[in-house]
Structure formats: structure tokens, C-alpha cells
Design a protein around this ligand. Structure first.
Ligand SMILES: [Zn+2]
Ligand SMILES: [Zn+2]
Length: 405
């Protein structure tokens, strides 16, 4: 079968590999109808999330058709159309019973303290081969797969594999209430889903912050107010847009690849700018077609976005962090957070907790997440698609990869 394979930092290729086989009685084999490229995949390719095993298949977002199930799989049979949850959970441990699937005690072979298990990630996350392939082995199929209702098409379901639940969780853990003002930093796919979710949960005003005009326009299309941090200081502007108080909640949907936050006048007065500039300079010398994030692995890197969140949110407000950070990757302004009595929540998404709810919401016609799917490509074009996506080119917000039928 064809699959997109990680070869080394900055190096990926389409490879011909043997089709996966059942390894445990709780496994299923799924024929992939469509997979998508995620910002998290870029962390692996860039090396900002280290520990990828060369030869592993990338990707953690997909929909497909069940082709084969292990002897203990109860809920699925051959031919079922399913969405694959990005994170892998056993479905039975105390955490899974409490719907804290991203904290599952059993799914990560590195042990209960090793962190969230997911498809297409580094050794510390399993490792499990990813979903940007023609077929995939799905561990704990009963907990990781969810049947797609007939009324939901493949493209909408594809967005439920990761980014919609992650954006929805971002709004949930931001404790968004009816009438709240919510700022969403980062208007990539997760940010767009966080904007939609904040509105679904009753926010009266959502302010989208980014520097890429096409992404801001998409946010505006969803009814958000938009703020380009290269044109306005986001902290001042957010206070102005909320009667001087600051938003009730700030969502960080950017994470550790926030290097773009250094560009432009607004950030020049911020203390972290020098380090960001050094980083950018170094990165430009790197001989690869991908943006490399090596320096972030050293630890102690600053996050402009977290600084902005803490400075702009109202006193006693909530910071919700769903952008991906590596362990020890970031400095956080804890003193200011304490002084302002903030609640700070950060989590990998427990996809399985939200996927059924979101599929129902789509089936009921309340929202169409596939509106953000801007490119449809064949899996064999995957390397080329990654390059466009890595450069954040206009029109490359979210990419669907479909193996040829
Ligand atoms: Zn993803
Ligand atoms: Zn579990």
C-alpha cells in the first residue's frame, strides 16, 4: 500500500509498504477514504516535536471503511463507515471510564505516565503508525472508532477526527458561557473550530487574532471580529474591544510553532522578541524546504501567544491552551497569572468524549466543519501538499488527502 513516511527531520516521502495486519484481538483494519494534514504533523516533520522513528507513517486524522476486525471487537463489522479518533484510548481504564481518554492508563505502551497515545507520533506517543496511508491498523477499535451517521458526509466527518473536537474542547475548558467575550489566538483549523464552538456555546463576541489575512477572513466569515497583530497591539486592542476589562477567556490555538508572532510592529515592544528574531535568523540558514524548529527542543523557549493571553484576559478569566507544546518547551508568565487570579487549563483532546456529540450536531444541520477544507489532493501528492501547508500559503488552510479509489 502507499503511505506517507517520516524519514528524518525535514524529510518525508511517499513509500510502498506492506498492508497492516491485525496484531491484537481488539484491533481493526480500516481502509482509509480520506486523511488530512494537521499542524501537529508539521511539528514532527520540523523536529519541533522530537523522537519520531524514521520509517513511521504520518497522520492522525482520517475517515474510512472497516475492512477487518479482531475477535474481541464488539461494535464494528466489515463495511462500517467510521471516523478514527486521533488519540488512542483503551476505553476501559479508570480514566477512560471518566471520559478522560487523553489520559488513558493503558493505550501508550510506554506506560501510564508517558502521556497521550496517538497515531503518527513520536516514540513517546506509542509509537503507532499514522493514517496518511491506504490502510491503517486501529488499536482498541471499539474505543477509537466511531460510526458515522448516514446524514454526515465524509468531509464533515474527517474534520471530526481531530480539529473540530479539539476546537470544541478548547471552548469547553475555556468555560465559555452565554454572553461571554472570547479571544482565539491562531486562526488555523483548530482556531477556526474554536471560534465556531465558542459561538455554539453562546459567546456573544469572538475575537480572532492572527497575522495571516486569508485566515482572518475565514474567521470573519464565521462571524468573528478580527484582529491582525501586525497592525494593532493585541493586548491593547482586546481591552478596547471588551470595555477595558479584557476577554472572559483567551484560547491559545497556536502552540510552539508561534514563530510568526515575532513579525511586525506590535511585538517589537515585547520582551521575547530578541530571542524570536535569533531563532528566525538561525532557521533561515537551515538547508531544508521545511521550517525547522530545532531550537524549540532545547527547552525554555518563550511563547509570545501565552504572554499575550495572560496580559489580555480579564482578571479571574480563563486561559485555554490547546496549541501543542513539547514538554519543557515554554516559559509561562505565572506571576502575572497569579496576580490576575486566572484559571489556566491545557489538554490534549479526549476526542472520544466529544466525537459522538459533534457528529450528531452535524447530522442535525447545526454546523458544517468541512467549510474549512480548502484543498483536495490525491495521497500521491502528499509531499508537495506538506510543503504548501508548511509555508502557510494562502488557500492551504486544511488539506484532504484521498488514496486513489
Ligand atoms: Zn490534528
Ligand atoms: Zn483507557
Amino acid at each position: 500500500m502507499k503511505a506517507l513516511v517520516f524519514k528524518g527531520v525535514g524529510k518525508i516521502e511517499l513509500a510502498e509498504l506492506p498492508k497492516p495486519v491485525l496484531q491484537d484481538s481488539t484491533d481493526a483494519i480500516v481502509r482509509i477514504i480520506a486523511a488530512s494534514i494537521c499542524g501537529t504533523d508539521l511539528h514532527m516533520v520540523r523536529g519541533s516535536m522530537s523522537g519520531m522513528k524514521p520509517g513511521s507513517i504520518l497522520g492522525h486524522e482520517a475517515v474510512g471503511i472497516v475492512e477487518q476486525v479482531g475477535a474481541s471487537v464488539q461494535n464494528f463489522k466489515e463495511g462500517d463507515r467510521v471516523v478514527v479518533c486521533s488519540t488512542i484510548a483503551c476505553g476501559n481504564c479508570v480514566y477512560c471510564q471518566a471520559e478522560e481518554y487523553s489520559s488513558c492508563d493503558r493505550a501508550n505502551p510506554n506506560g501510564p505516565e508517558a502521556g497521550t497515545a496517538f497515531f503518527g507520533g513520536p516514540v513517546s506517543s506509542g509509537p503507532f503508525d499514522g493514517l496518511q496511508a491506504e490502510f491503517a491498523r486501529i488499536p482498541y477499535a471499539d474505543a477509537v472508532l466511531v460510526a458515522i451517521p448516514e446524514q454526515v458526509n465524509n468531509d464533515d466527518a474527517l474534520l471530526v477526527s481531530d480539529v473540530f473536537p479539539t476546537g470544541y474542547m478548547a471552548a469547553k475548558i475555556a468555560d465559555v458561557q452565554e454572553g461571554d467575550i472570547v479571544a482565539v489566538f491562531g486562526c488555523g483549523p483548530v482556531g477556526q473550530m474554536a471560534i465556531a464552538s465558542a459561538k455554539l456555546l453562546g459567546a456573544s463576541k469572538v475575537i480572532a487574532v492572527d497575522c495571516l489575512q486569508d485566515r482572518l477572513e475565514t474567521a470573519k466569515g464565521q462571524g468573528a471580529m478580527i484582529l491582525n497583530y501586525n497592525e494593532n497591539d493585541p493586548v491593547e486592542a482586546l481591552h478596547d474591544l471588551s470595555d477595558g476589562y479584557g476577554p472572559d477567556a483567551c484560547i491559545d490555538a497556536v502552540g510552539l510553532d508561534a514563530e510568526k508572532a515575532t513579525e511586525g510592529p506590535a511585538s517589537e515592544k515585547r520582551p521575547f522578541i530578541k530571542e524570536f528574531s535569533d531563532y528566525l535568523e538561525q532557521k533561515m540558514l537551515a538547508p531544508t524546504k521545511f521550517n525547522l524548529g530545532d531550537q524549540w527542543r532545547q527547552g525554555n523557549a518563550p511563547s509570545q501567544v501565552l504572554q499575550w493571553c495572560v496580559e489580555s484576559v480579564r482578571k479571574s478569566g480563563v486561559i485555554s491552551i490547546v496549541g501543542v507544546y513539547a514538554e519543557n518547551s515554554v516559559r509561562f508568565p505565572i506571576g502575572l497569572a497569579m496576580q490576575k487570579a486566572l484559571t489556566v487549563r491545557a489538554a490534549n483532546c479526549s476526542h472520544r468524549k466529544y466525537v459522538p456529540t459533534l457528529l450528531k450536531l452535524i447530522a442535525d444541520g447545526q454546523f458544517r466543519p468541512s467549510a474549512i477544507l480548502t484543498k483536495q489532493c490525491d495521497l500521491i501528492q502528499a509531499v508537495n501538499c506538506y510543503e504548501h501547508f508548511d509555508r502557510r500559503e494562502s488557500g492551504w488552510l486544511k488539506v484532504r488527502l484521498s488514496p486513489a479509489a
